[in-house]
Design a protein around this ligand. Structure first.
Ligand SMILES: [Fe+2]
Length: 310
């Protein structure tokens, strides 16, 4: 399957994110091109706001996201209010059955601003990791939720001008090829306790869940889905602990991981870029932010139970 022929570092490949669709209306031609070049981060132009409401354009984006699990859209116009992204999400909901995002709060709505801040936090009592300049190790978003979002998107409003905040992606299907069958089987058993980080506790009586780290997706045994954030997972059996250690060792082994990782620098994701990601088929990480004015906007949607295919 195309999404398992995963990209490596664009720099190592000598490739840059490229536009497959200079003329977005020519979706047949663009799709054919995309199918022949599965190792390249797909990059699609959106020259006019109105296109984000047109079903054929929405369908094209949704199909590429389903096929590859990752897609970049380049806006050809300023959109500080993320209207375009809103229109795409309404389109995914209307034509492709994606569930709409859940509002973070009455003031923030669907969107969460990711920028370093020392004064005002978007959570009432705690500072979320996204509100710091810290690096994030490999994880999927909302792994502590019974229904983690299937997708998230990041819109770049201000790139890091000092070379920090590099976003990296690691395909779960490819990661699965370097895990032993025994390790994968153990990670698929519901023998892990996953704690909710304090800043995301909604119900004080529900602070953790018990479940698996991996599951099989609708594409069959090679379609592996994942939920993972190392600092909140506790194994509940000896086998589960061994498998978790195997996974951690591989994720820390740069000589293995570097061949599979797609790294997106600020140059790869300039202002006006939107990255759409399948949150169960790609792990992501971030280096330290260097520019205090770096500003991304995030939205997550289509929250469904993790074990929805078994
Ligand atoms: Fe994240």
């Amino acid at each position: 399957m195309a999404r398992q022929i995963l990209p490596t570092s664009l720099g190592q490949l000598g490739l840059r994110p490229r536009s497959l669709c200079q003329r977005p209306l020519d979706t047949k031609r663009a799709f054919a091109t995309a199918s022949r070049r599965p190792g390249v981060l797909l990059s699609v132009e959106l020259p006019e706001m109105s296109l984000s409401e047109q079903p054929h354009y929405v369908n094209y984006i949704a199909e590429q996201l389903k096929e590859y699990g990752i897609l970049k859209v380049n806006l050809g116009f300023p959109d500080r209010n993320s209207r375009c992204l809103q229109q795409l999400l309404f389109g995914f909901h209307k034509h492709h059955g994606h569930r709409l995002p859940i509002a973070h709060s009455a003031s923030c709505g669907w969107f969460w601003d990711i920028r370093p801040t020392a004064v005002t936090f978007q959570s009432p009592s705690y500072q979320a990791r996204s509100e710091t300049m810290e690096q994030f190790p490999w994880h999927t978003d909302c792994s502590y939720e019974e229904q983690p979002p299937r997708y998230f998107a990041l819109q770049v409003l201000q790139p890091d001008r000092r070379g920090g905040g590099t976003f990296s992606l690691l395909g779960v299907g490819r990661l699965g090829t370097v895990l032993s069958p025994m390790t994968k089987a153990a990670l698929m058993r519901p023998e892990y306790q996953i704690e909710t980080p304090p800043e995301f506790i909604k119900d004080p009586t529900r602070r953790s869940l018990v479940g698996s780290v991996l599951e099989i997706g609708e594409g069959g045994p090679s379609d592996i889905l994942m939920r993972y954030r190392e600092d909140i997972v506790t194994p509940l059996s000896e086998e589960a602990a061994g498998a978790l250690n195997d996974l951690r060792d591989i994720l820390r082994n740069e000589s293995i991981i570097s061949k599979m990782v797609l790294r997106l620098s600020s140059a790869d994701m300039p202002e006006g870029s939107i990255l759409l990601v399948d949150n169960r088929r790609w792990l992501h990480s971030r280096t330290h932010v260097q520019d205090p004015m770096r500003h991304l906007r995030r939205v997550r949607w289509d929250a469904v139970p993790f074990r929805s295919f078994t």
